[in-house]
Design a protein around this ligand. Structure first.
Ligand code: KG4
Ligand code: ZN
Length: 334
């Protein structure tokens, strides 16, 4: 089975070719970061239009580089995400699938993220607990197998990535905020600011909106010199990392698992990785991440999930985008 994967749920156009026997043949990404930077967040209509512009050249380039060979199916992100952006990918995938006489299948974006570490030469085995930390979601899931997902906890308000983006905006760092905060925090000195850790000692849910308010208050109180910006970024990142690490450890204990998979854009964060590595190995467990380029949105994770889900999938011409779609609604595979 050789699958063309198409990801257009937000502001990255990702395409990839995955072969079950050979592995990942190639992938391409067009990031819209600069397009949205001046707005401090993704503008949905601009995102949809840019996916339209980017898709065809990316796919042609990918297939030309891969050389001649059949494609057995097309997997595209069906949701959750921005409705217009999702529809661009879905229409493109179904048009191509119809022309080539092959099936197209809609993939859950978060299933793509949580299977991304499987593209590694040394993938984690099931079962595991997954910490999904992206711009739109912060979720803890117990994962028995592909399609068997049980939610353990989630953010009651902002997602972790969203908190990074909003803090970056308050500090005038542009979008996306995560990598910029991480760079700035590296030069920050601990101890100058101290932010609270909401819900730290309670359950498996998260809350990040209060943190954003605390950052806002600190900014309003005045950040005199550049070092104050760095110290604030450090304190903010430390608070997020602390909460994510605590909850991930509690989730492993609650679910009785020893393996932790961390995926989504925020899983690229070095401070988060360091804290999780220390905490999980101390308890005798193991922690797995996608390779860095597959932490944020990409086509490879969608092609990979598609290879699982295309087996025996019905060939249909109809499609819908699902901007809201609980991960637990997915059917498990035989
Ligand atoms: O998974 P992703 O690419 O898109 C969604 O599905 O949302 O995640 C994007 C999010 C953004 O909020 C971005 O600021 C954050 O991931 N992010 C990071 C880092 N790289 C990306 N957050 C913290 N540290 C990073 N290095
Ligand atoms: Zn994502």
């Amino acid at each position: 089975m050789r699958v063309l994967g198409i990801e257009t749920s937000c502001d990255d156009t990702g395409v990839a070719l995955y072969d079950e026997d050979i592995g990942l043949i190639g992938h391409r990404l067009a990031s819209q970061g600069p397009l949205h930077a001046e707005y401090g967040g993704v503008v949905p209509e601009l995102a949809s239009r840019d996916h339209v512009r980017a898709l065809l050249p990316l796919v042609s380039d990918l297939l030309l580089a891969a050389g001649p060979g059949r494609v057995d199916g097309i997997a595209y992100t069906q949701g959750p995400g921005l409705a217009g952006a999702l529809l661009v990918g879905a229409a493109f995938a179904h048009g191509l699938a119809y022309a080539w006489g092959i099936p197209a299948i809609g993939i859950h974006h978060l299933e793509g993220h949580l299977l991304a570490p499987m593209l590694d030469p040394d993938p984690p085995s099931f079962p595991f607990v997954a910490l999904l930390v992206s711009g739109g979601h912060t979720l803890l899931m117990d994962v028995e197998a592909v399609g068997c997902y049980r939610k353990l906890g989630e953010s009651l308000d902002d997602a972790a990535g969203e908190a990074f983006d909003k803090t970056a905006q308050l500090l005038g760092l542009g979008y996306p905020g995560g990598p910029a905060i991480e760079r700035l925090a590296a030069t920050g000195r601990p101890g100058r600011y101290r932010f609270t850790r909401p819900l730290l000692e309670r359950g498996l849910d998260f809350s990040f909106s209060g943190l954003k308010t605390q950052v806002l208050m600190a900014v309003r109180a005045g950040l005199a010199e550049p070092q104050a910006h760095a110290d604030l970024a450090q304190a903010f990142q430390e608070a997020v990392v602390d909460v994510l690490t605590h909850k991930a450890m509690r989730a492993l204990l609650t679910a009785g698992r020893s393996r932790l998979v961390v995926a989504g854009g925020v899983s690229a964060n070095t401070a988060l990785r360091a804290a999780l590595n220390t905490a999980v190995t101390k308890e005798g467990g193991s922690v797995h991440y996608p390779r860095l380029e597959f932490c944020t949105d990409n086509g490879a994770m969608i092609a990979y999930a598609g290879a699982w889900r295309l087996r025996g999938a019905p060939h249909t011409l109809g499609f819908t985008a699902r901007p809201r779609w609980p991960l637990e609604d997915l059917y498990s595979l035989p």
